[in-house]
Design a protein around this ligand. Structure first.
Ligand SMILES: *[C@@H]1O[C@H](CO)[C@@H](O)[C@H](O)[C@H]1NC(C)=O
Ligand SMILES: *[C@@H]1O[C@H](CO)[C@@H](O)[C@H](O)[C@H]1NC(C)=O
Ligand SMILES: *[C@@H]1O[C@H](CO)[C@@H](O)[C@H](O)[C@H]1NC(C)=O
Ligand SMILES: *[C@@H]1O[C@H](CO)[C@@H](O)[C@H](O)[C@H]1NC(C)=O
Ligand SMILES: *[C@@H]1O[C@H](CO)[C@@H](O)[C@H](O)[C@H]1NC(C)=O
Length: 350
């Protein structure tokens, strides 16, 4: 049986087809295409290009260009499981704050604010790359004085693999000889423009699954799994230690160490088919009002055991100036919350 036979004698004389043999010059071949077809192709091309441009724009816009409705996050946030919390031992957490040699004053500010409120099962470390020559004596002195600085043996950077080196250092250091911390439950990565309430951080992580947990402020379209599942913002995200061990030892992350340090973590997990549960804490992690970003929110709006307070807030991010940093602390650190409450009680009674 003949399956494919084109009888050209059946084609109408003026049928439009491009001859297969290349005898006609290109220009005359194009000229032989009816104008309406040429216009159609042009329209399709322009449409495709503008769609592509729009797509690139949306993909690169913060939160894919969709303003964050934080009220939505707070309304849909799963209620806190107090029974589970009360019956679970404190989570052992390592918090690594990725920072650099020159920002000594910011580290001091952190030491004198939120590091004053630290649950006993949290270890906190500042993670630096190799200091520049002029900072060597200062960093050495800082290490001696505070014992909370780790220098990774790599050039200082943000998106060129520092996060991977940090996880590798964790995997090496928290081993059988490391006493109580031979096994960490969670490893957290944080930034130095974040104010963190470490008690609330432990409270949030304690009730998470101990395996396959990827926790943080999820950057994606609301309630959607658009583009994979999106990723946890770099201001403060946490991974259960099994995922950290996988990242540190599997060849895949090591083959792709660079990329925006926060979204790269999501890519590793996705490319490596890790069974990670994405846990969004978007109600209790937000940008300060001064940051003026799509994640910004005024203080006093987060649902709280004390209305108008920020009692349950875990992280406020985008705090570039010392004033902004201290203001965030005034809202979310324990004693500050008490003082605010007292102030508002005074106001109410006046
Ligand atoms: C809270 O945790 C307890 C203990 O794990 C569990 O039995 C219970 O179902 C949980 N409650 C909710 C509402 O998830
Ligand atoms: C285990 O951890 C300790 C302390 O963090 C470190 O000194 C030691 O080199 C580590 N052991 C291995 C085999 O990496
Ligand atoms: C590092 O990760 C590997 C792979 O999961 C694990 O077997 C090992 O125990 C980890 N090392 C430490 C020190 O935890
Ligand atoms: C993935 O993780 C979930 C939650 O921890 C678990 O219920 C499920 O069985 C896991 N699936 C696989 C294929 O490991
Ligand atoms: C707030 O008031 C209570 C008594 O109403 C007092 O015990 C507490 O010390 C006050 N806290 C601050 C920070 O002033």
């Amino acid at each position: 049986m003949q399956i494919f036979h084109l009888d050209t004698s059946l084609l109408p004389e003026k049928a439009f087809y491009i001859p297969l043999h290349r005898t006609q010059p290109l220009r005359s071949r194009i000229a032989s295409i009816p104008t309406v077809y040429r216009l159609l192709v042009l329209v399709i091309l322009v449409a495709a290009l503008s769609f592509y441009g729009r797509w690139v724009y949306v993909m690169n816009a913060p939160n894919m260009g969709v303003p964050v409705k934080w009220e939505y996050h707070c309304k849909t946030h799963a209620p806190f499981n107090k029974t589970l919390y009360d019956h679970t031992p404190r989570a052992r957490i390592l918090v690594g704050l990725l920072t650099k040699d020159s920002t000594f004053l910011r580290r001091q500010l952190i030491r004198s604010t939120y590091l004053q409120y630290q649950p006993p099962t949290i270890i906190f470390r500042f993670i630096l790359g190799r200091p520049q020559k002029e900072y060597l004596p200062l960093v050495a002195e800082e290490m001696r004085l505070y014992g909370d600085v780790i220098v990774l043996d790599m050039e200082e950077n943000m998106n060129e693999g520092k996060t991977l080196e940090y996880f590798k250092w964790v995997n090496r250091s928290y081993n059988q000889t490391n006493g109580e911390y031979a096994r960490l439950d969670y490893v957290v990565k944080a930034d130095d423009d974040s104010m963190i309430n470490l008690w609330n951080l432990e409270r949030a992580l304690r009730v998470l699954p101990r395996k396959g947990a990827y926790w943080g402020c999820k950057y994606s379209i609301l309630n959607s799994d658009y583009v994979g599942k999106s990723f946890m913002g770099g201001e403060c995200y946490g991974l259960s230690s099994d995922l950290v061990h996988w990242i540190a030892t599997d060849p895949l992350p090591s083959a792709y160490p660079s990329g925006h340090e926060d979204s790269q973590v999501h890519r590793w997990l996705r490319w490596g088919h890790q069974n990670a549960t994405y846990i969004a804490e978007n109600c209790y992690i937000f940008d300060g009002p001064q940051a003026n970003s799509v994640y910004s929110r005024p203080y006093g709006k987060t649902p709280s055991s004390i209305p108008g307070q920020e009692r349950e807030t875990i992280v406020v991010h985008g705090l570039k100036t010392e004033e902004d940093f201290l203001e965030a602390g005034r809202w979310i650190l324990p004693s500050a919350a008490d003082a605010n409450r007292n102030a508002s009680l005074v106001n109410q009674s006046m």
